[in-house]
Design a protein around this ligand. Sequence first.
Ligand SMILES: *Cc1c(COP(=O)(O)O)cnc(C)c1O
Length: 219
Amino acid sequence: MGLSDIQARVAQAVAAAGRALDDVQLIAVSKVQPNERVETVLTAGHALFGENYVQETQGKWPAWRERFPQARVHMIGPLQTNKAKLAVELFDAIHTLDRPSLARKLANLAQARGDCPKLFVQVNTGQEPQKAGVLPGDLTGFMADVRQMDLPVIGLMCIPPEGEDAGPHFTQLAAMAAQEGVPALSMGMSSDFEAAIAAGATHIRVGSAIFGAREYAAR
Ligand SMILES: *Cc1c(COP(=O)(O)O)cnc(C)c1O
């Protein structure tokens, strides 16, 4: 466990898949982790981080960005439309574009700012009723809509159902990205990032395997 162990495992998986190392970006998911753990990884020179909550990101990342100018932060959690304005100011990419109302909001913000974070469309590959994401059958229509809004969608993202083999979901997401003509694939977490790399992931989101288990404070 820890950053260098995970980097080594990523390199191994990339080589086993016959891919290039700079083809796969390791997103260190720092949500709710104690500051010292995150600062250790920042000090080691790691640049790319993932967060789930707009408020939490607003509280801790502006100061870190000043101290660690290499830092880039991606939003990987569900995004409420009323937090979109803050999100486009805080994040370099958003992995969770999942509905037309959010797309419209982001398009309006992009027009006002003349700039927009890179976007991934989240796909609910397991078709779970409680989970966010565009249903696979709706993806082509949704992609057409966001293209018309001129949004910078670079890829697809998925979170496979818990307790299921993630492999088929990764393969399915890769096939959908190819069909839609987008190059990036955000998939794979601590327990399955190697399978995701084998299936073509370009962005893996690894939290607990780098930082240790998350402890959610009772609030
Ligand atoms: C928390 C989270 C992760 C990281 O999970 P680990 O199992 O700790 O690696 C990855 N992706 C998303 C969307 C998450 O919310």
